[in-house]
Design a protein around this ligand. Structure first.
Ligand SMILES: [Fe+2]
Length: 322
């Protein structure tokens, strides 16, 4: 038995806006052009009745239209190297593992350093009593960008002159790009990590979010990167409240501590105090069914998944990024 918790005091304030969703009922000649046009208008696109093989082909063609085909191949190549995902087909991969009853709070895939532009999800099956995708359109005008922080790796070099090989080592092993990632006065140090280069100290720091250029929209955007969303306790609580207000939260009967539902809880390190709902202008709630293929701009839309009762069915949704 599962209980759906209702909380009347929470006023749900991210409006559903189905006008931002373009639905394509069938994959035919011209579908890719239609998807590209819709993405340029910052729409989310849902194509129905797609085979897994076609999902790969469509993703490649859409990515190529934006000059992202190389990035698509690189991201698919990295998936299995990093170990937390498995490739399925050419470009799609399994989503991150989650425990029973876990929800995936809203985030844009990756970080400001990875700059993934395009996200796609493909449902192989979804027969659970939840597992809905909630896609949230980022509010670039929100004042909350001033209080959010991104967790990044930066370093202190002191007076040492680094060799090109040492600079490359820092980039390859830690994603540190010099001179941009030298620690700055306003960065808040969370922890110190091991360094592959003598005389260089590496730190995990919280830095102010910066806009990243969207090749789809041809403008700079704030993205709610995983490296922002998954380190802030208020992000998990905000999403929990959102699911609760939508009556979409599934809770096992014996559960008292709701943080156990948050897939990112173990990574969180600080509280931003940000007003969660004001980060988004609108949302699209869509339970993906077998053969559904979704495209969204990874900078202007955050993705998330509601939880489900483990015994209620099976859910296999794949992801691809470019
Ligand atoms: Fe994700």
């Amino acid at each position: 038995m599962n209980t759906v918790i209702e909380s009347p005091e929470v006023i749900h304030s991210v409006p559903e806006d189905t006008a931002r969703l373009t639905v394509v009922d069938e994959y035919v000649a011209g579908t890719v052009e239609q998807i590209v046009r819709a993405l340029k208008n910052d729409q989310v696109v849902l194509v129905r009745g797609v085979t897994q093989k076609n999902a790969d082909d469509i993703m490649f063609d859409v990515a190529r239209s934006f000059g992202l085909d190389h990035k698509l191949e690189v991201e698919a190549g990295f998936a299995s190297v990093k170990g937390h995902r498995e490739n399925v087909g050419k470009y799609f991969m399994t989503v991150n593992k989650r425990d029973d009853y876990h929800f995936i709070p809203a985030h844009c895939e990756g970080s400001s350093r990875m700059r993934m532009q395009l996200a796609s999800f493909y449902a192989v099956e979804n027969t659970t009593d939840g597992g809905a995708s909630i896609l949230l359109n980022i509010n670039a005008e929100s004042a909350e960008w001033g209080v959010l922080r991104e967790l990044v790796k930066k370093c202190k070099v002191g007076s040492k002159k680094l060799s090109p090989f040492e600079i490359m080592k820092l980039k390859m092993m830690h994603g540190i790009e010099l001179p941009g990632d030298l620690i700055a006065e306003q960065d808040v140090i969370i922890s110190e990590g091991g360094s592959p280069v003598d005389g260089v100290n590496i730190f995990n720091v919280l830095e102010q979010p910066k806009k990243v250029y969207s090749v789809i929209l041809e403008r700079d955007c704030y993205a709610y990167w995983d490296t922002i969303a998954s380190y802030d306790f208020d992000s998990g609580e905000g999403y929990l409240d959102l699911l609760r207000s939508l009556h979409m939260l599934k809770i096992p009967d014996d559960m008292r501590d709701f943080t156990a539902l948050d897939n990112a809880y173990a990574r969180r390190v600080w509280k931003s105090g940000a007003n969660y709902n004001s980060l988004f202008t609108s949302k699209i709630t869509q339970k993906l069914m077998a053969g559904d293929l979704v495209f969204l701009n990874n900078l202007s839309w955050a993705h998330s998944t509601s939880n489900w009762s483990p015994e209620s069915g099976r859910r296999k949704v794949l992801a691809a990024f470019a």
